[in-house]
Ligand binder design. Structure first.
Ligand code: GDP
Ligand code: IMO
Ligand code: MG
Length: 440
């Protein structure tokens, strides 16, 4: 029987999850997003044509595949309909998109006051210690409301009196913040309520019991692909807290985020770039900006490292094996997809981080305290680059340059799981699959 596969970002996001989910979707029946929201930007390139998805699962380019949005996601209805419209315009979706895209009844909704709160907080924190550099999509405030038990779920949009009651309770507190702390206009209950009713009407055909679809699918021997958003190091528990997103990006988030049991996932593929990037603030031990700004910029230029959601330049640095190993352990990753190897094509030598120094001691894990994390110095192993070799053209592992093969071996030996895929370019075709995650 084919395995169900999870695709998880093993670094700070933007590793290339979208490309791999698109690739693996051809072998899957159901593709599900289980956390995050439209802070995600997943890029798919097929025959040179680029699609960026923020909310709809990256399986959507494959005709007939069912794409599910789980309860663990926070959904901005405006962004959702914009994305559906774009996919209709580009001919990907036809006139009945609700047959292919299903949204859980329990998914929490991002409302205008969440976006506003996110923006006001970011503006207030600008340049100060503690600034997160969020995507300003209202993600944090929506998750806050969820755990504070005052969130609006998709199903509430179809229940007017309950909806009004919940909104009243939520806005009571929000408006104290808007008026008192941020000295701005209060949110109008009537406007928000009208917006919610309108969104409810439009969302109605998409709303489903996603948990049940998934579990029934699994009983019927359908293959499920779980699509992670963000990256492991942005996880609210295991990332570089507080410089993280507000959801569980680790594999553990799958089970609460779409209502399947742990046994439903048999293969967990960690997506990792052959180097590292990060958008927003927060610690990044192997970042090159401070020590070798020109090199940092060169990697950014070659890798086109600009955010798919906000367009911000991504910070760049060497591959951090300590963090990759941590990621493999916490997520139970069974293999690594090594992305963007072509970006390192021209380099004479490459470095990988194999430990840290902190206060005169060598350590092999990031400390729990953020102050200590900010102070660690990476310990590097230097490896030979594959210089002018053009890896984009390579289609078999044996044809990879010897230096890249040995780079891969160093990674495998350090983290303890195999590299199952090497990506040599953004296009679906520019991929070297070494081992299928669906096979036993
Ligand atoms: P995601 O958020 O993890 O899906 O990743 P993003 O889409 O935000 O960022 C990854 C970027 O790298 C996108 O622009 C992809 O098209 C691109 N990409 C993916 N794999 C490769 C690769 O192997 N080589 C190069 N040069 N670009 C790649
Ligand atoms: P994908 O799925 C990279 C980062 C933001 C910020 C922090 C918190 O494309 O890999 P948030 O808006 O979530 O409250 O911001 O998390 N961040 C991402 N960085 N890729 C992403 O998603 C991200 N989603 C959030 O830059 O530092
Ligand atoms: Mg992205």
């Amino acid at each position: 029987m084919k395995k169900n596969v999870a695709v998880i970002g093993a670094q700070w996001g933007d590793e290339g999850k979208g490309k791999i989910v698109d690739l693996y979707s051809s072998q899957s029946d159901l593709i599900v997003r289980y956390q995050g929201g439209n802070n995600a930007g997943h890029t798919l390139v097929v025959n040179g044509r680029k699609t960026v998805l923020h909310l709809i699962p990256s399986g959507i380019l494959h005709p007939g595949k069912v794409c599910l949005i789980g309860n663990g996601v926070v959904l901005d209805p405006l962004v959702f309909f914009e994305e559906v419209e774009t996919l209709i315009q580009s001919g990907v979706l036809s006139d009945a998109p609700e047959k292919l895209i299903r949204i859980s009844e329990r998914t929490h909704v991002i409302l205008p006051y969440h976006r506003k709160l996110d923006r006001l907080r970011e503006e207030r924190a600008k340049g100060r210690k503690g600034e997160i550099g969020t995507t300003v999509r209202g993600i944090g405030p929506a998750y806050e409301d969820k755990v504070a038990r005052r969130g609006i779920q998709v199903i509430d949009l179809l229940h007017p009196s309950l909806l009004k009651e919940k909104l009243e309770r939520s806005l009571e507190e929000k408006n104290v913040l808007f008026k008192g702390l941020f000295q701005t206009d209060a949110a109008s209950l009537q406007e928000v309520y009208d917006h919610c009713l309108k969104m409810g009407e439009l969302l109605k055909p998409y709303i489903a019991n996603v948990r049940s679809i998934l579990n029934q699918g699994i009983r019927d021997k359908k293959t499920v692909l779980f699509e992670g958003a963000q990256g492991m190091l942005l996880d609210v528990d295991w990332g570089t807290y507080p410089y993280v997103t507000s959801s569980s990006t680790v594999s553990g988030g799958i089970f609460s985020g779409c209502g399947v049991p742990p046994a439903a996932v048999q293969s967990i593929i960690g997506i990792a770039k052959a180097y590292c990037t990060r958008v927003g603030t927060g610690p990044f031990p192997t970042e090159l900006e401070k020590t070798q700004p020109e090199l940092a910029q060169e990697i950014r230029r070659i890798g086109a490292e600009f955010g798919a959601t906000t367009g911000r330049p991504r910070r760049t640095g060497w591959l951090d094996l300590v963090l990759l190993k941590y990621s493999v352990e916490i997520n139970g990753m069974t293999g690594i997809a090594l992305m963007k190897t072509d970006v390192l094509d021209g380099f004479e030598e490459l470095k990988v981080c194999t430990g840290y120094r902190l206060n005169g001691r060598t350590i092999d894990e990031l400390p729990a305290c953020i102050e200590d994390t900010e102070g660690v110095e990476p310990v590097y192993q230097t490896l030979k680059g594959w210089k002018k070799y053009n890896t984009r053209a390579v289609r078999s592992k044996n044809d990879l340059p010897a230096e890249l093969q040995s780079y891969i071996r160093v990674i495998e030996d350090f983290v303890g799981v195999p590299v199952v895929l090497v990506s040599t370019g953004p296009d679906r075709e520019e991929t070297l699959q070494i081992r299928s995650p669906f096979d036993n």
